[in-house]
Design a protein around this ligand. Sequence first.
Ligand code: R5P
Length: 279
Amino acid sequence: MDWGWQNRMGRIFPAPTKRTVMLAVDHGYFMGPTHGLEVPKETIRPLLPFCDALALTRGVLRTSVDPGTSTPIVLRVSGGASIVGEDLSDESLTTSMREAVRLNVAAVAMSVFVGSAHEHSSLTNLGTLVDEGEELGMPVMGITAVGKELQKRDSRYLSLASRICAELGAHVVKTYYCEEGFSRVVEGCPVPLVVAGGPKLENDQAVLELAHSAIEAGAYGVDMGRNIWQSDHPVAMLQALRGIVHDHLTVSEARTVLEEARAGRTPSSSRRPVPPARA
Ligand code: R5P
């Protein structure tokens, strides 16, 4: 890939770990002003210094993020369905590659609905987006969306959907974590894979365990939203997740980081050598 593409990928997955803690705040594109994200600007402001990249739509980017930011932007370019509509999988491309370049983003992202009524169009749209992205040096992230069918989040489905995204040329895949067989999902996906958090989990421990297990299995990082900004202490949670992704902390060590940050102390995370992400 050309210099521009490499530079963009390197900003999303920064050295030395080449992993990422991406903050997802794109939910409004189908959920509206969901809990924790009612006023995007207020949600984003305190979290921005602690994330490696920010995933959002052009509307929230233009209205809620300072153009002086150096944080790389991953722009959602698909949409067209809503939580109250008939079919969440009825998405298509809503934002052009020209607009992505105008906004100087580091990558574009779209949802892919494998197994849905709109499987064909979402997969061919991904192919089109990759063609356009490669022409301009713009990385493309494929998101293995499941709509309301949360039961689809098992390793069989996630392996299938992640692999299809990679085969069609996605440079990064975002998928869900699953307790059984997640390492097979990672192994079957030849491009960097990051995990979403999904709906809010029962407690902090469960969030840290999810992130830790995903990283141990070979994920390149997290692209997480609700379990951060719906937390009682979003900044502390983000710092603890950074410890897991970048400092190779155990869940218990990350928990200490979270408690220290909650108490207003600078976390004294026990840094240790981090194995590089897969080449
Ligand atoms: C769906 O709305 C988006 O792709 C989210 O960015 C993705 O699901 C990650 O957010 P969360 O961790 O809340 O699932």
